[in-house]
Structure formats: C-alpha cells, structure tokens
Design a protein around this ligand. Structure first.
Ligand code: CAA
Length: 418
C-alpha cells in the first residue's frame, strides 16, 4: 500500500511558569523540554534532533550542545545519529527553530526534533541586563542611547509618526489591547487591563516610548516537538488520520493524540543588525518573510483565523499587522484604534483574534523565548483548548518572530490536521 504523504507536525509543546523565578535558563529549558515531551507522549531517547536558542542570562558556548549534554542526548550512543543546532536569529529564534526542525524532519530524516528556549532576564539586575542587551544592539559608529533596544524601536516609531501614518495614542493603544488579552490568560504576567492613561502616563523610556510600551521582562522557558506524521503513525502505533474516530493509544500524549498541528509553510528574511541613521522601508524584513510563508503554504491572509504577531514594542506590532496582511499598508494605526474601541467594554475572543495570550507587552518576554509563546498559543487556538479566550473555528494560524531591532523576521503558518 502506498505511504500517505507525510506532513511536518508540532506533536508536543510545553512551558514553565513566567515571572522572577530565580532559576537558571538551563533549568527552565529542561523543564519546558520535559513538558513538551510529555504532551507528545515521547521520551528523551525518541529525540534525534535538538534546536536551542541562546540565553542572555546564562549564555553557553553552543547552547544546544550544552542542553543536549545535560539531558543525555550527547554524547550519542546507540544506532543512528543525533543532530544538535543552536540558532541565533534573536527574538525570531523560536520560529526559525520551528522551520529548521521541520526541515530536519523532512530533508534530514530526523524522526523527532525538539526546539527549546529559556531565559531568566527578570532575575538579572537591571544594570547587568542593560549592559548585555545594549552591547548586542549598539552600533559602534552611531551609538544609540541606553537602553538601546527601546531607543532603536522608538526611532522607527518616531519616523512613522512624522510620516503621519499613526498617532502617539494609537501606539499606546497597542499596549492596552495586549493587556486586555493577557487578562484572559491564566499564565500571563499582566493580570489587569491598562487604561490608555495608564500607558501614556507611565515612565518615559524614550521620546515616544513609555515603560508600559516595553516588552515585559520575565524568566521562563518553552519548547515544542516537531515530527513527521509518518513517524508518529509508524513508531507510536497510532494512525493520526483516524484519531477523530476515537482510536487512541496510551503512549500518545494529549497533543499528539489529536494529530498535532501541521506546519504548512514558512519564510525568513533579514534586516540590518543596527538601525540605519536614515530609516526607510528597506530595513524591514517581515513583509518578505510573510510573503514566502504565504507562498509556501499557498494561502492568503484571509485564509487565516488567528495571528501571533511579535509586539516587543507597539511599532513592531503595527508594522506586522500590515506585513502579514491583517490590514492594508498605511492603515494599521486606524485599525488598532478601531479594535481599541471595539474591545473597550467586554468582547468575544473572535472580535480580536490576535495575540490572545497578551504578547510580549503583557504575557511576558524572556528575551528570545516569546515567539515560542506565539507558537504555543497558536497550537492552543488550533486545538480548541484556549479556555476563556478561544477564537471560534480556528483552522489556520500565522506566527511571527522578530529578532534584534527589526534585524530578522521568521513567519510560519500552522494548521489543524485534516
Ligand atoms: N507591562 C506591565 N508592567 C511592566 C511592563 C509592561 N510592558 N514593563 C515593565 N513592567 C513593570 C515591571 O514588571 C516592574 O514591575 P515590579 O516593580 O512590580 O517588578 C516595573 O514595571 C518596572 O520595570 P523594570 O523593573 O523593568 O524597570 P527598570 O527601570 O529596571 O527597567 C527598562 C526599565 C530599561 C525599560 C526595562 O524594563 C527594559 O529594558 N525593558 C525592555 C526589555 C526588552 O527590550 N526586551 C527585548 C525586546 S526586543 C526583542 O524581543 C527582540 C530580541 O531579539 C530579543
């Protein structure tokens, strides 16, 4: 009998608590990895691939090799081989890692690949955090003032304000919207929605950026497991396609038991490491990454029912709305304002099907981890398990990760299994 066409799937995912946890990044990565394996019904020995993104708080030479050594994947013993890779595309890392894991499964015939991220930037004292964060983003030729990251994004926000494409209030409304979403997620750090005044009156960090418009620093870890549907069928003794018929296997975890989530396509593109002195459209890369993802998935924005958009600063989210086709070019500010009023006094999740966890601004932002939260929330929405914030009938979802100051973009499109 011919083999069914194999698809790349997320078959497990897991995350630690968020907050100021006083634990090392490696401990958080290990806990998240164990949880993701459990939700797949796999064991550490089933993995033959591991992708990790580096941590700022506890950096290690060859992060993925370090983690693989700690969990016993290296040195490798027994038949076959294990492939271990560290991917550093900044905050885009988890989505780059997802796409790399899908390639490893498809082209390198890996059976199951974990993608892991963890960091403890909330437990780092602020001067130490800023020394490390500034160092990565400061152009020796054209120093941004410290804190460099908020100032870098602020320069882009100011550029768009000067063009008359959005207003200062519309930038602040992004943070309000994210806090409204976070208030519905049990694990989010922000428990109560901000008012527009809260955001506009919070401490000024850069000319057009206040404290409540900065990614909310946190400690936390998150991981996913990518495998082919054929592997899950053959090795786990379970036909994923017929799982809806009630066929189940004790070995499969809850995510794998319902077929996991299909990786339909993805795309990546890069911008400059340092924001240029003269900002223009050429520094942005989300448009190209999204176009590649839509092309590979053979879909259009209107085919998607949920979006996980990177929102380290409001300007990143506003640009992503246009780059990913949620709203036409030049209209993101007005669109956000419309959403702000629409969700002002209670709303259904389907009214605003974006970042239903609250994003970096309100869910929590452990440095390079947060795009993994976009992926995990997409999985929850696709599985229909986003209790209290479920968008109706989500069949396909887009996730976007952004690294540095618009320095790298990675976009993936996920779907329910058919
Ligand atoms: N929402 C709600 N509360 C927030 C918040 C937010 N968005 N941001 C900060 N707060 C809270 C903090 O939790 C803290 O609360 P407690 O006092 O209850 O602990 C309080 O406001 C003060 O915040 P900080 O302790 O962080 O204040 P600070 O003066 O020490 O530092 C800051 C201020 C320098 C702006 C620092 O918060 C900061 O740098 N934030 C931005 C972090 C950042 O840029 N992350 C990377 C984003 S870019 C990216 O993601 C791409 C990549 O490649 C990594």
């Amino acid at each position: 009998m011919p083999q069914p066409v194999s698809t790349m799937r997320i078959v497990g995912y897991g995350m630690t608590a968020l907050g100021k946890l006083g634990r090392s990044a490696s401990e958080l990565m290990r806990e998240a990895l164990q949880k993701s394996l459990r939700s797949a019904g796999l064991q550490m020995k089933d993995l033959d691939g591991l992708v990790a993104v580096p941590s700022l708080s506890h950096p290690h030479f060859m992060e993925a090799h370090y983690l693989a050594t700690q969990v016993g994947l290296l040195p490798h013993r027994g038949p076959g081989s294990v492939r271990v890779r560290t991917i550093d595309t900044g905050g885009a890392g988890p989505v780059s890692g997802l796409l790399e894991a899908a390639r490893m499964v498809k082209d390198e015939r890996c059976q199951a690949v974990a993608v892991v991220a963890g960091d403890a930037v909330s437990s780092l004292a602020t001067p130490e955090f800023l020394a490390r964060a500034d160092q990565g983003c400061r152009d020796p030729e054209n120093s941004l003032p410290s804190p460099c990251i908020p100032h870098g994004y602020d320069q882009v926000a100011q550029w768009q304000l000067r063009q008359g494409l959005l207003s200062r209030e519309q930038l602040a409304m992004v943070s309000v919207l994210m806090s409204r979403q976070a208030a519905k997620h049990p694990l989010a750090l922000t428990r109560k929605a901000h008012s527009l005044e809260d955001v506009l009156r919070s401490r000024k960090i850069a000319p057009a950026t206040n404290l409540l418009e900065c990614a909310r620093r946190a400690d936390g870890g998150a991981a996913i497991i990518v495998a082919s549907s054929n592997f899950m069928d053959e090795y786990m003794g379970h036909d994923l396609v017929s799982s809806e018929d009630g066929v189940s296997s004790a070995r499969l975890g809850p995510v794998a038991a319902t077929g996991g989530l299909v990786v339909l396509g993805g795309g990546e593109a890069s911008g400059p490491l340092y924001p240029p002195e003269e900002i223009d459209e050429s520094m942005f890369s989300c448009e190209a990454a999204a176009a590649s993802a839509f092309s590979e998935a053979q879909l259009l924005p209107e085919d998607l029912q949920w979006f996980g958009l990177y929102d380290c600063y409001p300007i990143c989210f506003l640009r992503a709305l246009e780059a990913c086709g949620v709203t036409p070019k030049g209209t993101a500010g007005a669109w956000v304002e419309e959403m702000f009023w629409k969700t002002e006094s209670g709303y259904d999740a389907g009214d605003f099907p974006i970042n239903t966890h609250g994003g970096l601004l309100a869910f929590g932002a452990p440095w390079e981890v947060p795009a993994m939260y976009n992926i995990i929330e997409a999985c929850e929405q696709l599985r229909g398990t986003a209790t209290g914030r479920q968008v109706p009938s989500v069949r396909r979802a887009l996730v976007y990760g952004n690294g540095g100051i618009f320095s790298h973009s990675a976009v993936a499109i996920l779907a329910q299994p058919v």
